[in-house]
Design a protein around this ligand. Structure first.
Ligand code: NI
Length: 167
């Protein structure tokens, strides 16, 4: 396993179109292992393949940041099929290091997800894991969490972020 370099806000690969995962390969097993390792190394809750520069519809979620193997979820070509309620809480992203914002998300989501063997499954998540699912699925649509903010707030963050990168 290896920690991969995470690309950051402004890199065009975060906005590229991501293609569906088709055949599952040993390289994808390796990529998934590396993505979990990278998430844990930065104390994140998940990571999407485009964040390591690979434009496919694959993401990992681990709300324990590496502490509990039972928390690991691999999202492959995931789609939200239902959502319920709402939660308001702080959210951050490994591609926008050092910044968090308070964001509204559904309290509960149901997801249609492909398994590595090609079968489909339905996953249910609430609270922190539901937030992480929504955040990672956004990445697979080329969307960062700051795009949920109003334009004024987003501009302030963008300016602060660019200043921080220059310093
Ligand atoms: Ni993110």
């Amino acid at each position: 396993m290896a920690v991969r370099q995470v690309i950051t806000w402004g890199d065009p690969r975060l906005k590229n179109k991501n293609r569906d995962v088709e055949d599952w390969t040993p390289e994808l097993d390796q990529l998934v292992a590396d993505m979990f390792e990278t998430t844990a190394s930065q104390e994140g809750a998940g990571l999407a393949a485009p964040q390591v520069g690979i434009n496919i519809r694959l993401a990992v979620v681990d709300v324990s940041s590496g502490a509990d193997p039972a928390q690991k979820v691999v999202l492959i070509n995931p789609e939200i099929i239902r959502e319920e309620g709402e939660q308001i809480g702080e959210e951050g992203c490994l591609s926008i290091p050092g910044f968090t914002e308070v964001l509204k998300r559904p309290m509960k989501v149901w997801i249609k997800n492909r398994k590595p063997n090609g079968d489909w499954e339905e996953l249910e998540a609430e609270e922190l894991r539901a937030r992480a699912f929504c955040h990672e699925i956004d990445h697979l649509h080329g969307r960062l969490f700051v795009e949920h903010l109003g334009p004024v707030k987003r501009n302030i963050i963008q300016r602060k972020y660019q200043k921080q990168r220059r310093d």
